[in-house]
Design a binder for this molecule. Structure first.
Ligand code: NI
Length: 167
């Protein structure tokens, strides 16, 4: 297993719509393992394949976090249904260092997809897990927290990033 470099804003790969995974090839199996490792070593609770440069519909999540590592979830081609309730959450993202943003999310979600073995799975989630699922699914549509922020906040962050790149 290896820790992969994380792509950060404004890397164009983060703005692309990701493609479905059609088969668990040995390369995909390796990518899944590396993503779980990368998520934990980056102190994240979720990671989407575009964040490590692969435009694929693949996400890894562990809402118990890198210390506990109790509930690693791998989901390929996630599809949402039965979203209900509304919850505002304050979120951050490994691809947007120092950026935080309040986002309106569904409180309850049902997600169907494939697990790391290619088996069909259904997940009913609420609370933090539901929020992470929606955050990671955004990445698969080429959306990040930046897209949820006000124009002013976006502009301010973009100029901050430009300044970092100069330094
Ligand atoms: Ni993110």
């Amino acid at each position: 297993m290896a820790k992969l470099p994380i792509r950060t804003y404004p890397d164009p790969v983060l703005a692309q719509k990701a493609a479905s995974v059609t088969e668990i090839t040995p390369e995909i199996a390796q990518l899944i393992k590396d993503m779980v490792q990368t998520m934990y070593e980056s102190d994240g609770v979720g990671l989407a394949a575009p964040q490590v440069g692969h435009c694929l519909r693949l996400i890894t999540i562990d809402e118990t976090g890198p210390k506990e590592r109790k509930n690693p979830i791998v989901l390929l081609n996630p599809e949402f249904s039965d979203c209900s309730g509304e919850k505002e959450s304050e979120e951050s993202c490994l691809s947007l260092p120092t950026f935080t943003c309040k986002v309106k999310r569904s409180e309850f979600v049902t997600v169907r997809g494939l697990n790391e073995k290619g088996q069909a799975v259904e997940l009913k989630a609420e609370g933090l897990l539901a929020i992470i699922l929606q955050h990671e699914a955004d990445h698969l549509e080429g959306k990040t927290l930046i897209n949820h922020a006000s124009r002013l906040k976006r502009t301010m962050y973009a100029s901050k990033v430009k300044k970092w790149q100069k330094d």
